[in-house]
Design a protein around this ligand. Sequence first.
Ligand SMILES: Cc1cc2nc3c(=O)[nH]c(=O)nc-3n(C[C@H](O)[C@H](O)[C@H](O)COP(=O)(O)OP(=O)(O)OC[C@H]3O[C@@H](n4cnc5c(N)ncnc54)[C@H](O)[C@@H]3O)c2cc1C
Length: 305
Amino acid sequence: MEKMEDVVVIGGGPAGAASALWLHQLGLRVMLLEAGPAVGGLQLRSPYSNVWIPGLLGKSGQEVAGLLQEQLRAASVPHIPGFRVTSFRRVDASTAWEVSNGSRTFRARYVVIATGSKPRSAGFVESDCVAIGPGISMERVSVEGRRVAILGGGDNAFDQAGSVLRRGAASVDIYCRRRPSAQPLLQRLVPARHVHVGPFDADQTHMTVNGIPYDVLGVQFGFDACIPGGLEVPLRAGCIDVDQHGAIPSLPRIYAAGEVTNYWHPCVTTSFAHGIQVAKSIQLNLLAEAAESASEIAQEAVVEC
Ligand SMILES: Cc1cc2nc3c(=O)[nH]c(=O)nc-3n(C[C@H](O)[C@H](O)[C@H](O)COP(=O)(O)OP(=O)(O)OC[C@H]3O[C@@H](n4cnc5c(N)ncnc54)[C@H](O)[C@@H]3O)c2cc1C
């Protein structure tokens, strides 16, 4: 068993990294646990140059992840990559939680869940001709001169279809069960005759959709929040339901931040902000608890006198 931390942060994407950085710089004992090989979260999947994150124009998602790694190292924020939290247990309602990967356990007064989300696979398996989710999964598949089918009708489906056409695909068809929900700007990237709305049957083994053969399938069915096991958390629309401080009112001393929550529009900037808000809320709670116990000690001293 490790020493007691003030806070364990689970997940090293933008939300968890921002939270851990602030908690550490606010003088608290923090440990950041990341399942993947490096900090950065979904930004590690993005080779694209960003136009959305204020102040980081032109940096790719992977570069943004690299900057986060560099900043955590420079500030000496304790963090462990390759640590997937698999269980979560309340030791004592008022004092501690235990978080473990099965072989190593951390105990902390507060826990921040910042486990983000992952692309839905819907039973498909990534291969050299099947991509799941946007970004590097699509980019590593060769599309030049090939027939591509994209499954899904949201922003990512149309955005990735546009990217596949720019990369020289012979054709791209979009299959979506309902009317596409992508922004009109993105829908214009694909000619209407290549957008098929209604039930469809996609078969990875034979690489067909509704019996039509394709060279590449791109599965773009959106994302699911990653909820760590061992804990009953309240959900809203599949995400952890938090209050305006990032707290989960039914679970004392547990907070959640970023894309795993229902709170804000998911992007890097809101994830940073949410992680920071949670860090400040926890610091204020700890200060209030310290003040309360100091006043209890002072009262006991007065009684003894
Ligand atoms: C291809 C692509 C391009 C994008 N481009 C942009 C852009 O240009 N601008 C922008 O603002 N946003 C962009 N986004 C969205 C942005 O990356 C996300 O909104 C943001 O990363 C969410 O941050 P997060 O920290 O909440 O979650 P994530 O980034 O999902 O991080 C969660 C982390 O938790 C870890 N984790 C999960 N479960 C566990 C566990 N049990 N134990 C330990 N660790 C765990 C995961 O490994 C992951 O590292 C893009 C996303 C993609 C996929």
